[in-house]
Design a protein around this ligand. Sequence first.
Ligand SMILES: Cc1cc2nc3c(=O)[nH]c(=O)nc-3n(C[C@H](O)[C@H](O)[C@H](O)COP(=O)(O)O)c2cc1C
Length: 315
Amino acid sequence: MVTPGFSGVAHCSFIHTPGSQRYMQIHLKDISTAEAQNYLQHAIAPRPIAFASTISAGGMVNLSPFSFFNLFSTHPPVVIFSAARRVRNNTTKHTLQNAEETREVVINIVDYDMVQQVSLASCEYDKGVNEFLKSGFTPIAATLVKPPMVKESKVNLECKVLEIKYLGQEGGAGNLIICEVLVMHIDDSILDENNKIDQRKFHHVARLGGDWYCKVDESNLFKVAKPNVQLGVGVDALPAAIRNSKILSGNNLGQLANVTALPHIDPAFEDERLKHIVQYFSLNPIDMEMEIHRYAKELLVDNKVDAAWQVLLSA
Ligand SMILES: Cc1cc2nc3c(=O)[nH]c(=O)nc-3n(C[C@H](O)[C@H](O)[C@H](O)COP(=O)(O)O)c2cc1C
């Protein structure tokens, strides 16, 4: 069922599914650029932040943050960020002008220690104002390009601009600054004993919608085992009782279906809690299955996929 109109946003409708779910549907061409920006930036998040240092043809340094940013290729090593036309007055950013003029950028990666100063650097200072001075960061010379690097940043990428892709002429139109990374500088404090970046030591911050940011630290990091070259059997191959479980979540099914072949009962598998469940619910197979699924779910939360399979196979 579709309910057109909504008090906050014109040109949207609510869709009611046969269950209790309800969602809003917006056609982006029907809403203002500011509204579209609001919805898109809250939805497409978190976004890493490129703190871009550039220099004009006349040698004026500029430093500004951009969260429309990511890695797109490793060979060649290419990152892209977008310095958009201002929604407010359709002017272009100094960073874009400098990238057009001198075709060099240093992208400094933003971590939690820097975030307030980075935000300050995003003020719309006049052209020629050096945001290194305004935001209190320390410029240090790069090795291959003219824009200076931010000393306080734990990773600096010296880049040459390969191409600028203009996405439109209206306010809000992105301008993709496509950069090849020539040199990476990595602070020793975030390296492990093998000189690789230790994810636990690098506290990235990322931009979400409005004034929201998030911080990466050990308390919110987790791993997902990926099958690499092997194929997971897939959710569609799981036994129906598992696939249609009222207890197991989508994440749980994803873990179980990541095995390369459906496991068999292992006669050597012994588990006291499982024994207890089987004995206690021996006269009530429906409750037994629910309890077994609950136990498997707990094991999956601890990433004990093999044990979870053995528990489920005994249902
Ligand atoms: C964390 C953060 C992320 C931002 N991301 C973008 C972005 O992706 N694209 C953009 O055009 N402006 C972005 N801005 C706004 C620019 O940083 C701001 O317009 C800045 O004044 C541009 O400076 P410039 O004209 O000196 O290049 C962001 C601001 C902040 C604080």
